[in-house]
Design a protein around this ligand. Structure first.
Ligand code: PBG
Length: 330
């Protein structure tokens, strides 16, 4: 009988290392951990209030007392940080609630820190939730006045720091916002409070559900004169470089999923901690498809969050944080 010739020698067989779960774990390059997750909270006035947000199943607007309970839950499952957004009772032309020492978010920071002193509290610093017109700064005619807004941002940051925030995160894409906040904080004795800049923030339709949650839809026009054009890539690097020059301790890319190329670009070119924001529209799409039974929600969630890590993000702001942390624990 004729001997069969052996198969052509395959020297490299990548499948060798995929054979068993233990082998796969051994060679896994990126791991999602609860330490990577930052949980957003939407704060409303009142007591005992929890209002669901229709376009974000599982997310609620909560009064301070209820938000503290949720922050506690996040802490218990291993999450190290929350980021706060406020929807004040009174909105006005300049968003003055964001600058008051006893404003909604300032009181929320105090309450959360009292209960959970070790939890890192990040205060989002922007005016769109506080202004009657829904834009991210004060207006001059129909335009957002950059430099007038900077002065207010500084004031607002100082009140957040005085309330106990560990990190202030300007998200309004005003030119010079990091320098203005850094200088205001330093002059008022808050040199230890860090700045996380929403450095590369695009004008995006993915923010739709957030605007329901934060009641911050602009009353006229849109945000394209301050947020970035989604067609641009190099511009993101310029924005990041400017913010680091101005003293940003951490930078963010936002939205996340459709912008993982930008996350990678930024990771390759700078060495400060990098945050990616898995925004409301990304969350809504996943939840909607999962509710239809069209995708396996929990698995798509873990795949998505791990993709952020693979792209180079150190930290991920995500409405999935508690769910994901629970899955990581089990
Ligand atoms: C405020 C702000 C927005 C988001 C975070 N901070 C909305 C916007 O710029 O219109 C969006 C977050 C999300 O969609 O989850 N400027």
């Amino acid at each position: 009988m004729e001997l069969l010739s052996p198969p052509p020698a395959l020297i490299t067989r990548p499948r060798r290392l995929r054979r068993t779960e233990t082998l796969r774990r051994l060679v896994r390059e990126n791991r999602l951990q609860t330490d990577d997750l930052i949980y957003p909270l939407f704060i409303i006035p009142g007591q005992g209030q929890c209002r669901p947000i229709a376009s974000m199943p599982g997310v609620e607007q909560r009064s301070i007392d209820q938000a503290v309970l949720l922050a506690q839950r996040a802490w218990e499952v291993g999450i190290g940080a929350v980021i706060l957004f406020g929807i004040p009772e009174q909105k006005d032309a300049t968003g003055s609630d964001a600058c008051r020492p006893d404003g909604l978010i300032q009181r929320a920071i105090i309450a959360i820190k009292r209960q959970l002193p070790q939890l890192v509290v990040i205060a989002d610093a922007c005016f769109c939730e506080y202004t009657s017109h829904g834009h991210c700064g004060v207006l001059q005619g129909q335009e957002v006045d950059n430099d007038a807004t900077l002065a207010l941002l500084g004031q607002s940051a100082v009140t957040y720091a005085a309330a106990g925030a560990d990190i202030v995160a300007p998200s309004g894409m005003m030119d010079g916002m990091v320098a203005a906040i850094r200088s205001a904080l330093d002059h008022q004795g808050h040199s230890q409070v860090a700045v996380l800049s929403y450095a590369a923030k695009y004008a995006s339709a993915f923010y739709g559900p957030f605007r329901d949650a934060a009641e911050s839809t602009p009353q006229f026009g849109d945000r394209r004169s301050y947020q970035m054009d989604y067609a641009n890539r190099r511009e993101a690097l310029r924005e990041v470089a400017l913010d680091i020059e101005q003293g940003a301790d951490m930078v963010m890319v936002k939205p996340g999923l459709a912008y993982l190329d930008i996350v990678r670009d930024v990771r390759d070119r700078c060495d400060v901690p990098l945050v990616a924001y898995n925004v409301s529209g990304e969350y809504a799409m996943l939840k909607a498809a999962a509710a239809q039974g069209w995708i396996d929600g929990p698995r798509v969630m873990m795949e998505t969050l791990t993709a952020f890590k693979r792209a180079g993000a150190d930290l991920i702001i995500t409405y999935h944080a508690i769910e994901a942390a629970e899955q990581l624990r089990s």
